[in-house]
Design a protein around this ligand. Structure first.
Ligand SMILES: NC(=O)c1ccc[n+]([C@@H]2O[C@H](COP(=O)([O-])OP(=O)(O)OC[C@H]3O[C@@H](n4cnc5c(N)ncnc54)[C@H](O)[C@@H]3O)[C@@H](O)[C@H]2O)c1
Length: 369
């Protein structure tokens, strides 16, 4: 098996904590030859930290000089499309951080370009690889849940606005907590149920981040337990995106999904997904099934063994498994778990969500796709 030549575009938190360590873990299957960041110091320090031979500040120059087979695009959301497009146009397969694009048209153009060139483009919807979501998918596919007619998720940080990067700026991040956290949960829930969204009713708010001063927040709680080398507090007057997002999705399978997600809200921190099916319900992350046994209502908790959770010691275990899946796909021809059609659809849901919030009405996906 020939080793793939790999490059990583941008050297921020997720590149340092997830992509680069994962490529180095699979060093017998790929060779990470270069990294790039607009910020020279960041690029140089990252290259030195991991012993990567070359670093660049210009993506095009890196692509021309290194000719990588595969790149990770880890720039802020608003630059995903142009950066992924540039990498594809230089003949590289692309692993792109989520969301791949901020609207459906951009995602469509990206996948058309990948198709035209016979290249892979995959979105980092990494929570699908977490044991609880794999378990839920397995239960659903085996028919243990029956038809799911109701689902909900809450991913709530009480005060957890990212304290690094430019997550609070629309020009860099495109959107706020929906793009940061909500997109993972929407993607995973649709994947488990094998369904799509018919319409979106969404609302956003951003009062706390704009108005509160000096509230203490945890870097770890805001999603970065490691890998932040340029910590910075956002300035309240610069905060341009939503800190809270909630909504209802009408699904093609006849069901609904209610959700709330926040970087800042006066509610307790919460991380849960619940799916209610005709045979059983499932609670995540507990992996608890709620059903009946004989005449009785019964709760089933599977025995789960630690050795079955690979990379559990890593901060972002899903990236290791995603990259393993990508290497398997490129080197052994196996199927990818995350398909272009699913990712394009998620970008349509994001677009419909923001349109719904702005226009204060239910938006049909058929208006967008
Ligand atoms: N999949 C996940 O679980 C997960 C988790 C965290 C972040 N992310 C995603 O990863 C991306 C980056 O997040 P982060 O936390 O690493 O942010 P970050 O702010 O730590 O890093 C971004 C880096 O990009 C550099 N940069 C900006 N524009 C660039 C350009 N055009 N070319 C090259 N470099 C450029 C910046 O200098 C910075 O070093 C975002 O899209 C975010 O949504 C995904």
């Amino acid at each position: 098996m020939e080793k793939l030549k790999v490059a990583v575009i941008s050297c921020g938190m997720i590149a340092n904590t997830a992509h680069i360590p994962a490529y180095q873990y699979y060093r017998d299957r790929c060779e990470l030859t270069a990294v790039c960041d607009l910020n020279a110091r960041t690029a140089q320090q990252t290259a030195e930290r991991f012993g990567i031979p070359k670093w660049y500040t210009n993506t095009q120059q890196m692509l021309e000089a290194e000719k990588p087979d595969l790149v990770s695009v880890c720039v802020p959301n608003a630059f995903h499309k142009e950066t992924a497009m540039l990498a594809l146009s230089h003949g590289a397969h692309v692993i792109c951080e989520k969301p791949v694009a901020m609207n459906h048209q951009d995602a469509k153009e990206l996948y058309e370009e990948a198709d035209r060139r016979g290249l892979m483009l995959v979105a980092c919807q990494v929570i699908r690889y977490y044991p609880e979501y794999l378990f839920a998918k397995e239960m659903y596919d085996q028919g243990e849940l029956g038809e799911i007619y109701y689902s909900e998720f809450s991913l709530i940080r009480r005060r957890g606005v990212p304290k690094w990067g430019a997550f609070h700026k629309k020009s860099a991040s495109g959107g706020g907590v929906l793009c940061d956290l909500g997109v993972h949960m929407i993607d995973a829930a649709l994947w488990i149920m094998g369904t799509k969204v018919k319409s979106v009713c969404g609302m956003t708010s951003s009062w706390l981040a704009r108005n509160e001063k000096d509230v203490v927040m945890s870097l770890k709680e805001s999603g970065a337990p490691a890998g932040v080398f340029t910590r910075q507090q956002y300035r309240a007057e610069e905060f341009e995106v939503e800190e809270f997002a909630s909504g209802t999705l009408r699904l093609e399978n006849g069901g609904t999904m209610n959700f709330k997600t926040s970087w800042a809200v006066n509610l307790p921190p919460e991380y849960s997904m619940r799916l209610a099916g005709t045979r059983a319900g499932i609670l995540l992350p507990e992996m608890k099934l709620l059903g009946t046994m004989g005449r009785y209502q019964a709760d089933i908790e599977p025995r789960v063994f630690a050795e079955e959770a690979p990379f559990a010691q890593e901060v972002f275990p899903g990236h290791f498994l995603l990259i393993e899946g990508v290497l398997d796909h490129l080197q052994k021809g196996t199927e990818l778990m995350i398909t272009p059609e699913q990712t394009r659809h998620v970008t349509a849901v994001i677009e419909a969500f923001y349109r719904s919030a702005a226009e204060q009405r239910e938006v049909l996906i058929s208006e967008i796709e």
